[in-house]
Design a protein around this ligand. Structure first.
Ligand SMILES: [Zn+2]
Length: 465
């Protein structure tokens, strides 16, 4: 079986055929770092991290590049408002981005290129477009000549005439045609700026992704991904820039994730329902947020609410409990071999089912349903009086494998000091009550979390191992 994925470019599910056998070159548009990321930015981070993990699970070597837009109008505005310079703000929010997405279980990209560190290749890219007649300079700005690019609109499936209706020339723009877009913007007085053949200025937004994808992944890449809102104009413009420059296809597959609503409303600053990841991970376990995002197919819209997160939390807990129960039973299990094959077949059958679902355009929603099947089967097996180590291992291995693909951990939560104290008090009471089973359970639980207990004449002491 091969992986099928929905390609926005063809509007079809297609078989994934890599440019180079066994490799995936993947570029995911990253954030503009002028603020903390909101829950809408968290979705592509989680979704495409999972796509990457799944490719790796299926034996591919993935090269994953995701950029930071560390200079643009929003950053300049933030710098003016806060009385700080652009690099200070950008560095602060790049740091915060890493903290937030790593809490959400996302691996770092192989490269996180920044605009300000790639100014030379961006300027070269623009200069070549001018040489080829696809761009022109106008009073210090440079614009892309959209009409010249045959096929503009092919990603968002719009004709140039349809696009013309919505196009306009904003105040201060010096372009020849309303459809043209900026590749380079002349600096205003006092703005952060770089030297270029067209005077002091900075790049437009779209050019950075074309230039950095080419530098780090090559002229043609396998997968270009991002939120649905980026398909037009950002990705459409990237195609126009890159394909005009190289004459080759830019990205073979385009993947876009769906929108997020908050309590059934569109998230917007004016509605005051802007949810920052930095805030919600203080209120909710970030792993629950990740599990929640993956419980809906990435192309479908997702509705976020505190209540839904609570339900998700309970569901994730059920899976983890199932796994913990298996682990606890392992010691009491034997080398019993009768009757194992039937169980092993069922377990392998569920692994195959998970792969089938994920091969079908990364259907994590159905993949998670398979995990619940696995949990049900495990609970059923644990009712058997005599359990076999071989079967228990097959269960726990599969749990571990599938959780890793989804970027979730099976380990118990790290306990806070007061939670450890409470467990120790409960253990003391259990011993007083001669409830040794409970007292041992607590000791084992703490041991698993690397908490070492020491019973002394002065009482029980503990330390982290
Ligand atoms: Zn981009």
């Amino acid at each position: 079986m091969t992986i099928q994925l929905y390609n926005t470019l063809t509007r079809k599910k297609e078989e994934f055929i890599p440019l180079e056998a066994g490799k995936v070159k993947m570029y995911v548009c990253g954030p503009t770092v002028y603020n903390y990321i909101h829950i809408g930015n968290a979705r592509p981070a989680i979704v495409f991290d999972t796509v990457r993990r799944y490719f790796e699970f299926r034996g591919f070597d993935v090269q994953y590049v995701s950029n930071f837009t560390d200079v643009d109008d929003k950053l300049i505005k933030a710098a003016n408002q806060l009385g700080e310079d652009v690099p200070t703000i950008a560095n602060r929010f790049i740091q915060a981005y890493f903290e937030d997405v790593s809490a959400l279980g996302c691996k770092q990209a192989d490269v996180h290129p920044r605009v300000t560190e790639n100014m030379d290749i961006i300027i070269d890219f623009i200069a070549t477009l001018i040489d080829k007649g696809f761009a022109y300079e106008s009073e210090g700005d440079v614009y892309y000549r959209t009409r010249k690019f045959n096929g503009y609109g092919k990603l968002s499936h719009q004709s140039i005439d349809e696009l013309k209706v919505g196009a306009r020339i904003d105040v201060g723009e010096k372009k020849q045609d309303a459809l043209d877009f900026a590749l380079w913007k002349a600096a205003k007085e006092g703005e952060i700026a770089w030297e270029s053949p067209w005077g002091l200025g900075r790049p437009g937004w779209h050019i950075e992704c074309s230039a950095m994808a080419k530098k780090y992944l090559g002229e043609t890449i396998d997968i270009h991904a991002g939120g649905q809102d980026l398909a037009f104009p950002h990705h459409e413009n990237e195609i126009a820039q890159s394909e005009a420059l190289t004459g080759k296809q830019f990205a073979r597959y385009w993947m876009h994730n769906g929108y997020i609503n908050i309590d059934n409303e569109k998230m917007s600053k004016s509605l005051g329902n802007f949810v920052l990841v930095h805030d919600i991970i203080k209120k909710h376990d970030p792993e629950v947020i990740r599990f929640f995002m993956l419980s809906v197919h990435y192309r479908n819209p997702i509705n976020y609410s505190d209540e839904l997160l609570e339900n998700t939390k309970a569901a994730l807990e059920r899976l983890k409990t199932s796994y913990q129960n298996l682990k606890h039973r392992k010691e009491a299990s034997t080398n019993l071999t009768d009757n194992n094959q039937g169980w092993l077949d069922k377990i392998h059958g569920l692994e195959a089912e998970f792969v089938r679902e994920m091969d079908d355009d990364f259907n994590t929603a159905n993949g998670i349903s398979t995990l619940f099947e696995l949990s049900k089967l495990a609970n059923h097996y644990l009712i058997e009086k005599n359990t076999a180590t071989e079967v228990i291992d097959a269960f726990t291995n599969l749990f571990e494998k599938l959780f890793a693909v989804l970027g979730l951990s099976l380990g118990a939560q790290e306990l806070l000091d007061e939670e450890i104290e409470a467990l120790i008090q409960e253990r003391i009471q259990a011993r007083k009550d001669r409830n040794f089973q409970r007292s041992d359970e607590i000791r084992d639980q703490l041991k698993e979390m690397n908490i070492i207990l020491e019973d002394t004449p002065q009482g029980t002491r503990w330390k982290r191992g």
